[in-house]
Design a protein around this ligand. Structure first.
Ligand SMILES: [Zn+2]
Ligand SMILES: [Zn+2]
Length: 395
């Protein structure tokens, strides 16, 4: 296998100019979620030219795609995921241009060595991670049913082997009441703003009876226009998060009960909806993480932050993938050890810096070798799946 890893490294080196160019092109052409026409066309065209069978649009998402390469020998199907959406005002402050270039590099390198591999290499183009993540749609539509394992690498200020993320439900409560002259005939009014405020009070009481991992944060986006008109319409939006999907479902039921109570106590009617897609918690596969780690060490990275399953930070649509099939979502450091926060212009710039470029190539090599191990190692893949099944049965 060592020879194969070196051959994959060599392929990535040969692709260097192209990969850095793609990374730059997407950086200089930032597109918001579900509008990534430039990036999705760029990536899928390159893959098509390299012999991948490309489907674009994919799952009714215009900027989603699936590219598949068949080695012509039976074997598993392993996917690498490419994100490419940017943020308003700050462009690629989350470095998704680099996620795309890493995935592209790994997939092209593997395809070049098809004679030494088996099974199928899949690249999934997954739009809109920052908002309505496509992975949620893909997971719901059964995209991962015929894929054995999936991975992606996210840039960061550190080399972190992976962590869990919080499951999240973005809830919207709309309260409908009746206007009146707030001073002239207040007895005729039904105050929608009060319903929203009561909802906050109920939720604040709920906080002391949930586990410490729960996060509930809300805003009132509409609550009337002027004090002398009783508001007949109010909207409150909440992100409700917890470490595990199952527990989150019970908390969300209680949060909705608070909104119902707010509506009942004020005489309002209530409509509940999701204002963005829900994400499941990220459940990184430990065995797969081990393979990734070995390759990073082989490639010379020693300063690795261990897998952190207690981590409680944000949420990602990769969580939904991780509850379907074995998945990893490690980070690669691109700032030379300097703690630069993601979602900043400074971080965006790091993706095209010399240090960022080196990290990109190293990560592409690591992904290619990890995927090669999964494509060729039937026993290994079996163990990875066993780990997944044992954990998912506890959920
Ligand atoms: Zn982000
Ligand atoms: Zn991101």
């Amino acid at each position: 296998m060592d020879e194969l890893y070196l051959a994959l490294d060599e392929q990535v080196e040969k692709l260097k100019e192209r990969l850095l160019q793609v990374n730059d092109q997407i950086y200089h052409h930032p597109e918001l979620g579900n509008q990534e026409f430039f990036a999705s066309q760029l990536l899928s065209t390159i893959l098509k030219d390299a012999g991948f069978k490309v489907e674009i649009p994919y799952q009714n998402l215009e900027t989603g795609f699936r590219a598949e390469f068949d080695t012509s020998r039976p074997g598993p199907k392993i996917a690498v995921m490419a994100e490419y959406d940017a943020l308003p005002d700050i462009g690629h402050g989350c470095g998704h241009n680099m996620i795309a270039a890493i995935a592209l590099g790994a997939a092209l390198a593997l395809a070049k060595l098809k004679d030494r591999l088996q099974g199928q290499i899949v690249v999934l183009g997954t739009p809109a991670e920052e908002t309505n993540g496509a992975k949620v749609v893909y997971a719901e539509q059964g995209v991962f049913d015929d894929i054995d394992a999936a991975m992606m690498v996210h840039p960061s200020f550190e080399n972190a082997l992976g962590s869990s993320s919080l499951a999240i439900d973005p809830l919207q409560f709309e309260f409908f009441g009746r206007t009146c002259h707030a001073s002239g005939n207040p007895e005729d009014g039904i105050n929608a703003l009060d319903a929203a405020i009561q909802t906050f009070n109920g939720i604040n009481a709920l906080r002391q009876h949930v586990t410490p991992d729960v996060r509930i944060h809300g805003v009132i986006t509409e609550g009337g226009k002027t004090p002398n008109v009783t508001p007949d319409y109010a909207v409150a939006r909440f992100y409700v998060r917890a470490k595990e999907r199952k527990y989150l479902d019970t908390v969300v039921a209680k949060v909705i009960a608070c909104a119902k109570a707010g509506a009942l106590s004020t005489g309002c009617s209530l409509e509940v909806s999701n204002f963005e897609y829900s994400n499941d918690n990220m459940m990184p596969n430990v065995l797969m993480t081990g393979i990734w780690e070995e390759h990073l060490r082989r490639l010379g990275l020693q300063d690795l932050k261990p897998l952190d399953l207690e981590h409680m930070d944000g949420s990602t649509d990769c969580g939904n993938v991780s509850l379907k099939i074995p998945t990893i979502h490690p980070s690669i450091g691109i700032t030379g050890g300097e703690k630069v926060s993601v979602h900043t212009r400074e971080f965006a710039h790091s993706t095209i810096s010399k240090t960022g470029q080196e990290a990109l190539l190293l990560a592409a090599k690591g992904v290619a070798s990890t995927m090669a191990d999964l494509l060729l190692g039937e026993d290994l893949l079996e163990k990875i799946k066993e780990e997944f099944e044992s954990k998912i049965s506890l959920k």
